[in-house]
Design a protein around this ligand. Structure first.
Ligand code: SF4
Ligand code: SF4
Length: 435
């Protein structure tokens, strides 16, 4: 189903048809983090779908209520995994946001369209901003690996962030002349069959977080590629489109997708590998973005089928086996399972790629931590959801939390820093192979 303007009645009909498949059984309710913490029907997947149905049928006109209910969704995808009718709930919400975009301040549109969609400009802006970060981030000794973002008036949105990050990852100019070929057919034809790691080439998509906020994670992924003789290409990407989709800004989304497809056109690589599980889901929607021509749509569809996130790549494509536990000193560690990590990824096996960690049980290890873009829009609810996760982590006695998503890393560090807990948070790729 296409994303786009409400004026398109065919798309609206498609949305209504999908909504009609919800039989109101409510099996999605107990897994929804926003419902668990608010107990309001409007904060449940079923309630959101009912509200959307009423809007699409012209029975409800309170646009503010619709925007609030969509904003309070974490986009975690738990409801669609629990739904016996197989409703693509995340896609429905994405389409709804594009039909009924919430009013946004001008600066947000400028950031989305002018910076996140234009990586060269972003590069310049980041170069200017980085020297100023020490003025905005206040070191806080008791808060471990983070510094508090200074925000006049103690706004609830102020967060603990990583200390001023190192330089972003080194990019490569777009496709090398000798590998530049045209179109989808060429992208799939002239490579050795996948199977032997040494014959593999990937396009690495670190995403905004692993490129700029947590570049040590991006570098750790590049080191893993090098260790397994995987050639990694890192062009100047735009954002994957997640923030544009969340705000319903289709013009920003179209610019981001067009730029990324331009980088992929003629690129000869076996896989597009993302550092973030959420980034890996977006190429699947790129072909639905309005304003693309047929060759762009074909390219988007081709890469949608060849995009994986880092955990899947290491576990199911490189088939790296866990190491035996270390006999030396061990670090008590728990594993937080990100919502968007594919269900066939075994996080506990990824943790065992670092043998010096002793894995402790964590209650509700797969419960949502409340992070991602949602934590910026709904900080109070995000912290309430996350506090439960923090309490279980502390009760486990662990000194380290390992996870598989950069957004979870940021959220968990914020939660633990707020509570003055000296527990470190790492992505498994950063601990990979460490003794
Ligand atoms: S995506 Fe997550 S937060 Fe949103 S309705 Fe579904 S379960 Fe609830
Ligand atoms: S589980 Fe599926 S069918 Fe049942 S209420 Fe939720 S979205 Fe609707």
């Amino acid at each position: 189903m296409k994303l786009g303007s409400r004026k398109n009645s065919t798309r609206l009909r498609q949305l209504k048809t999908l909504l009609a498949r919800c039989n109101r059984c409510g099996l999605c309710q107990p897994v929804c983090p926003s419902f668990i913490h608010s107990r309001h029907e409007g904060d449940s997947p079923r309630g959101r779908l009912a509200l959307l149905t009423a809007f699409c049928q012209g029975q409800l006109h309170d646009m503010a209520a619709l925007h609030t209910c969509l904003r309070r969704c974490l986009d975690c995808g738990r409801c669609q995994r629990a739904c016996p009718a197989g409703l693509p709930v995340l896609q429905i919400f994405a389409v709804a946001r594009s039909f009924f975009p919430a009013p946004r301040p001008r600066w947000q549109r400028l950031v989305l369209r002018g910076l996140l969609a234009r990586p060269q400009r972003m590069e310049v802006a980041w170069r200017l901003l980085r020297p100023l970060l020490p003025l905005l981030l206040h070191r806080d000794g008791a808060a471990g690996q983070t510094a508090r973002l200074y925000w006049p008036g103690k706004r609830p949105g102020a967060r603990y962030l990583p200390l001023p990050p190192a330089a972003p990852l080194p990019k490569q100019p777009k496709v090398q002349a000798e590998t530049a070929v045209q179109g989808v057919a060429a992208a799939s034809s002239d490579l050795a069959p996948v199977g032997r790691a040494s014959a593999m080439r990937v396009a690495f998509f670190p995403g905004c977080l692993a490129d700029r906020i947590l570049p040590e994670l991006g570098r750790a992924c590049l080191a893993i590629f090098a260790q397994h003789q995987v050639e990694a290409i890192l062009p100047h990407w735009a954002c994957c489109g997640a923030p544009a989709l969340r705000t319903g800004d289709m013009r920003a989304m179209q610019r981001m997708v067009s730029h990324n497809l331009q980088q992929l056109a003629g690129l000869t690589a076996h896989w597009l590998v993302t550092a973030c599980p959420a980034c890996a889901e977006h190429p699947g929607l790129w072909s639905e973005v309005p304003g693309l021509d047929s060759s762009q749509q074909a390219l988007a569809r081709y890469w949608a089928g060849r995009t994986v996130e880092m955990s899947t790549f290491v576990q199911h494509i490189l088939k790296v086996e866990p190491l035996p536990p270390s006999t030396g000193a061990v670090l008590p560690t728990v594993c937080h399972q990100p919502c968007r990590l594919p269900k066939n990824v075994d996080m506990s096996a990824l943790i065992r790629l670092a043998p010096q960690q002793e894995i402790l049980p964590l209650r509700e290890a797969d419960a949502c931590c409340g992070g991602g873009l949602f934590s910026l829009e709904e900080p109070a609810l995000s912290q309430r959801i996350g506090q439960r996760k923090r309490d279980f982590i502390v009760a486990s006695g662990a000194r380290r939390v390992v996870t598989g998503c950069p957004a979870c890393v940021l959220q968990l560090r914020d939660l633990l820093a707020r509570n003055r807990d000296r527990i470190e948070v790492r992505h498994w790729a950063e601990t990979y192979g460490s003794e």
